[in-house]
Design a protein around this ligand. Structure first.
Ligand SMILES: NC(=O)c1ccc[n+]([C@@H]2O[C@H](COP(=O)([O-])OP(=O)(O)OC[C@H]3O[C@@H](n4cnc5c(N)ncnc54)[C@H](OP(=O)(O)O)[C@@H]3O)[C@@H](O)[C@H]2O)c1
Length: 389
């Protein structure tokens, strides 16, 4: 919940009201979908905050200002408020999970239930609910989902390391396939819209850029596991959306794994020699763009498959060159190499990339250019460094 403007010496009134709203809303979250009293109270509180009203003893309720505004406007705003969806995110500690949390909390476009395995790592504790939920523990998953009764689940949790999937096929199957099977059943039973994250690795990279109706041709265990998870949804009766994405980059708090942009920046800053593949092409995706696309799909209940990525196609070598140029780092440390020479555990597709027309037309998706993405990332890194200096 966003902060209220208080008059000096009169903090107690709004704090008490705010606490009461939270308490009743909390019961509401737990017991039913949209109970009227907490919804009404939350609406009044939000309205007061939006209008920058000061809650004081002389005007203890924002109702006066609402009545002044006229019943038509109140009704309109109340309709918007009650249309807000309740979204449960799996893997909320990950890169996309944290960006979704950030987006929902800052935009106030949905109610959020963040879930992941173990304790929460997201720095803010206000304005949403966090629940521990291991996607491999189906009874726990069913319990948490039924308790919070979301309208939408955005399923980001997965084993995302391609080489680990190749080495540990059982883990990959349990996390990337079986968990989706369980989730789809729970969503079907409880009439929940399931938004599932998938990948460009369902393709072999011989015919990129790909549109949504291209045929599967995975070349790795990871790619096959995601293709299998998609087939589960095709055969499910739940309302589903598949969001496929490519090479996501961004920064969050306390990250459990890095990404290509942060890795290249850090290695070049340390003066390390880098061998970079020059025969794989991708359309790198800013994590914020992906989060926005997922939220748009939830709000518009856009069903089916959507391709979501950045708009610039480049080789991995060119990508790292852009990183070096942007942060004025020494690009002579980079050596272009072939995929074969790297001898990686899992095979990677050659040229992926997506046709984005469907997402642009249906969702109003507007991706940033790679350079704009680096500028956004740079500002976030500077903000983080300022905080710790
Ligand atoms: N990142 C990419 O380049 C990329 C590209 C294509 C597709 N995708 C897909 O996009 C989705 C999101 O990717 P991402 O980059 O945000 O992934 P991520 O950063 O690895 O996040 C996944 C999160 O899931 C959590 N998790 C691990 N095991 C779990 C379990 N058993 N139960 C619940 N949560 C668990 C992880 O927790 P810990 O942090 O504690 O490990 C992690 O925070 C994934 O489905 C991925 O396959 C990603």
């Amino acid at each position: 919940m966003s902060s209220c403007h208080y008059e000096h010496g009169q903090e107690k009134v709004p704090v008490l009201l705010d606490s009461a709203v939270r308490l009743i809303s909390g019961f509401g979250y737990l017991r039913s979908r949209q109970p009227l009293v907490p919804v009404l109270l939350r609406f009044l509180l939000e309205e007061a905050q939006e209008e920058d009203k000061v809650w004081s003893l002389s005007a203890p309720f924002p109702l006066w200002s609402l009545l002044n505004a006229g019943p038509k406007r109140i009704w309109h705003k109340f309709q918007i408020f009650t249309a807000m969806k309740k979204i449960l995110v799996t893997g909320s500690k990950g890169l996309l999970g944290q960006k979704l949390t950030e987006l929902i909390l800052s935009s106030n476009r949905a109610q959020l239930i963040a879930t992941s395995k173990g304790r929460n790592r997201y720095p803010a504790e206000e304005g949403y609910v966090y629940a521990e939920m291991d996607i491999c523990d189906t009874p726990r998953m069913r319990d948490v989902i039924q308790r919070f009764s979301p309208d939408v689940i955005i399923h980001t949790a997965a084993v995302t390391n391609v080489d680990i999937c190749e080495q540990d096929k059982d883990l990959c199957r349990i996390m990337n396939v079986e968990a989706v099977r369980s989730l789809s059943v729970i969503c079907e039973e409880n009439d929940i819209h399931l938004i599932h994250l998938s990948t460009d690795f369902v393709f072999d990279g011989e015919l990129g850029p790909y549109s949504e109706d291209a045929n599967y041709s995975p070349v790795s265990v990871y790619g096959e596991s995601k293709a299998e998870s998609e087939r589960i949804l095709f055969n499910s009766l739940c309302r589903w959306t598949i969001v496929r994405t490519i090479l996501v980059y961004g920064i969050t708090t306390d990250m459990s794994r890095s990404n290509i942009v942060l890795w290249a920046k850090s290695a070049l800053e340390k003066g390390e020699q880098l061998n970079i593949v020059a025969d794989q092409w991708r359309m790198p995706t800013l994590a914020e763009d992906l989060a926005e696309a997922c939220l748009l799909a939830a709000e518009r209940e856009a069903l089916g498959i959507y391709h979501i990525s950045g708009k610039d196609m480049m080789s991995v070598y060119e990508l790292v060159q852009h990183v070096a140029e942007f942060w004025h780092l020494n690009s002579s440390l980079m050596k272009p190499v072939s995929s074969e020479s790297l001898n990686q555990t899992a095979k990677r597709p050659k040229r992926t990339g997506f046709v984005l027309d469907k997402a642009i037309a249906d969702l109003g998706y507007q991706p940033h250019s790679f350079r704009e993405g680096l500028t956004i990332l740079d500002a976030q890194i500077k903000k983080r460094d300022d905080r710790y200096s």
